[in-house]
Design a protein around this ligand. Sequence first.
Ligand SMILES: [Zn+2]
Length: 597
Amino acid sequence: MFFVATDEDDPNAVVFHWWIARYLVELIEQLMNRSTLLQLLICVPLIALGQWADRSEGNSRSYQEVLSSYRWLDQQFPQARLDSLGMTDAGRPLHLFLFGSDLPEPGHAPREDQLVILVNNGIHPGESCGVDASLQWVRKQLEEGSFPERMILAVIPAYNVGGMLQRRPNTRANQDGPVLQGFRGNSRNLDLNRDFVKADAQNTRSFYRIFQMLDPDIFIDTHTTNGADYPYTMTLIATQQDKLARPLGKFMAEQFTPALYEGMASRQPMVPYVNVFGKTPDKGYAAFLETPRYASGYTALHHCIGYITEAHMLKTYEARVAATMDFLDVLLPLAGTNAQAIKDAREASRKWTAAQTYFPTGWALDSSRSSTMAFDSYAHTYSPSTLGSYDRLKYEPKPKSRTIPFYGRYRATDSVKTPRAYLIPSAWYGVLERMKLMGIQMTSLEKDSLIEVENSYLKEVVFAKRPYEGRFMVQDFKEEKRTEKRLFQKGDVLVNTSGNNPLLLSALLEPRSVDSYLRWGFFHSVFQQKEYFSTYVFEDTAMELLEKDPDLKEAFELWKEKNPEKAGNAYEVLGFIYSRSSYQEMEFLRYPIARIP
Ligand SMILES: [Zn+2]
């Protein structure tokens, strides 16, 4: 190879001339219009060799440079290891970098007394400050040897591999750098930070494996903001406390998160992510609600403390990388000193969850509960746009201190009683496959069985008019529950609530839950009737049915009285009788998953 030379002082050592390699890669890529296959052919040997890649001022590292640098760390430090677990939609593996004083064997869980922190980077590759910050921060820690005992830091170097490879200028119109940016969509144009329930991407399925193996105590997802302008470089979304089991929510909101803000204050003040009601934060703002489709919404279902760092898009790339490193600097020792308290709060949460009978299915901001917060805001003005007939917003970067309300609490809008078990026909393997990857325990029926269950029938269903993240979501419906005997087949799957995490089960399987499988369109085929009637045949059958069933006849006469305009339509008339007869198929509009109350 052109770019590997032997060091003359040590004939066994291979010296890797990074700059020559990079030049050649870029040259060939330009010639071949960045062919993916070519990238793969060139980059695999580069990454396998491993070389630290310095970052040029104002720019981010490419995917290849990031992986090569982690490989180099793996080779340099015995306390560090770069693994790969599962695939991504880009056809390349998802990598996981681990470091700590006593690492588990590849593919194995850490010891129970080890505190595990999982940092995810590059889910939105245009927001890459965390990708570079994590890499630089990890190297600093390894070189200083300052990592706390009984702790493992796990870093996903670049989660959205496909988006990292779409590296180009201008993928983020409102952002100050870096020079080259990755793209938000993955190889299938999915926003991976909406995929944590539907798991349409291989990346998500690989994440389930990693998450299942590590069972992290703290999860961090690194991002860059969109939205308003203000002086702070670092803002933070703490996973919404009311969605967590109460002991962990209380510990996080009352102890751990305030200590994080305090720790950051000595370096650079940090505020909650600026999620404004209108256009500017002057009148206050609300905590962001990350439902289970989001990374931290998913991890919250597993009694895991979650933080999303949101570095401000209009600060320089250097400042955003430094702020994300500051956050890691503050978080790690704080997690170390609170390790036992975190473990205790998680254990108490598991017990608390097991004792609950009802779980929320939806959330709304509690506008009656707010706290006051010191906030430096930029002055702003509105002036007529020269492009259209609206007023344009402009910020003036002169901070003004004020006190504003922060709405940090959400209330449940609805809840459901947890059944003893759910029964899932094996034909719905799409959801079963995902549930298995999440580590949900299930058993298969050993023989065909007639079981008394609670079925849900769905009515007045409203579908989204446009696809969202590749799926037409179910926006609204009414649910009628009926207790019925239903035949299940050998191999159908029983999911007991006890022994599993009911918070997770209700989020996925209760149809009304905001990010349930039903809402994400896993059961769309039940919304279509399969069998119908021929009017000329069913006319006689309908007459017989009415004769035999006086209640049906009474209902029919009442319906005709109320709907005189429908009496002239054979399909309407016969349809009324058909839908109330035993000919009506029970599969139509029946939620396929049954409950054993
Ligand atoms: Zn983002």
